[in-house]
Design a protein. Sequence first.
Lengths: 181, 93
Amino acid sequence: MTDLSPLCALGATAPRRVTHGALTLAETPDCGLASLALRTGTPPPSLPLPEPGRWHETDGLTAFWTGPGQWLVEMPGCAEVDAAAMLGERAPGASVTEQTDGWVLFEISSTGGAEPIERFLERAVNLDLTRFAPGHATRSTIEHLGTYVLRRAEDRLGIWGMRSAAESLWHALETIAGRQG
Amino acid sequence: MLIPHPLLGLRDAQEFTYLGDARLIERPTSGDEAELADYVFQRDNPAGLHRELWFHEQGDRSWLVVTRNTLTHEILGAELARDVSLARKEGTA
């Protein structure tokens, strides 16, 4: 029988975690992800869906807007189960697709309040920080890599990137954090 | 350069890719070959206001119709191409 060893996106059996000054970067492999797109005439799902540029949490599930009529839904602890099927039950008639395996989630937290996170964002991504308070989520580029950036709180960020480029994205994020640490 | 996205506010132009004249939305349906040839090959090259299609490739992947001054690169407005196309269909229906 084939003996398979599950690995995290960065190639180790345990998720990577590093601290530079006030900022801690943590690979977060246990979060499931599924996309949700409403079709014309679909009944509204039993999950409040956020406006453009925002995220919204309900019952531990965080939905964030990705395009007109489209969202991604984070499902913590659901990386090893059928996340799409669970989401599909709450959104009958909508198009739901499993996304967990294509993405990697890095959580960034600050022990120094909002200021280190905002300095980090200024260097990482070309967004208007006056329009990126907690509750906002958007797609943009970090070092030419497409990412979803979620401002979870004043002192916390979530960054989803391509799993196939996990090491490149981690390198970019850790370099930025290291320079300001 | 910043583009005023109708849903997301001011966004950096590096998130977008440029397609060209917004009249590409107005594909002729009459079947007339000369008209189709004009649609495919003929473009105005105005010095001044120009309506053009931009794709928010590194953002929400929406198509926008952006009005730009080709002399100054000033961006005067942006609308969702979907809205422009739907309004046009309603106008001709």
